[in-house]
Write a new protein. Structure first.
Length: 131
């Protein structure tokens, strides 16, 4: 059975909108990455709280922590076949942003998402890619 994820908007006939397939998986991953710990009432460990890392020093120790935290959350709370998580700090003129690439298999196809988190102007971008 295909994974479905309900989102906070209404579709046709006033029903809650659902995402399915790759989009549902990406939404689940993004929710885990953005969610702060202690947000989910029945599981206080759920969530990475990526915004808390945006004010850290841009060094390899922080990247390793982010990679481990995202990987463990995905493996614990989703059923996808995770291949890799690659966080990177990217320096652009007068500020640095965090880019995270998550690769996984979906229907035996390499799939992934690239997320950019910029504290400078509070933007978040998510791009889907497939092989």
């Amino acid at each position: 059975e295909e994974l479905k994820e309900v989102i906070l908007s209404k579709g046709s006939f006033g029903k809650a909108k659902e995402l399915s397939g790759k989009l549902a998986i990406i939404k689940q991953i993004l929710n885990l990455i953005l969610m702060q710990k202690n947000t989910h009432p029945s599981d206080s460990d759920m969530g990475v709280d990526i915004e808390s890392y945006l004010h850290e020093f841009a060094d390899q120790n922080v990247l390793n922590t982010i990679k481990q935290e995202i990987s463990s959350q995905i493996l614990k709370y989703t059923s996808i076949q995770l291949l890799d998580v690659e966080p990177t700090f990217v320096a652009v003129s007068n500020y640095t942003y965090l880019a995270i690439q998550v690769k996984f298999k979906y229907d035996n196809e390499l799939t992934g998402m690239l997320m950019n988190f910029e504290d400078y102007n509070k933007t978040k971008q998510v791009k889907l890619f497939t092989n």
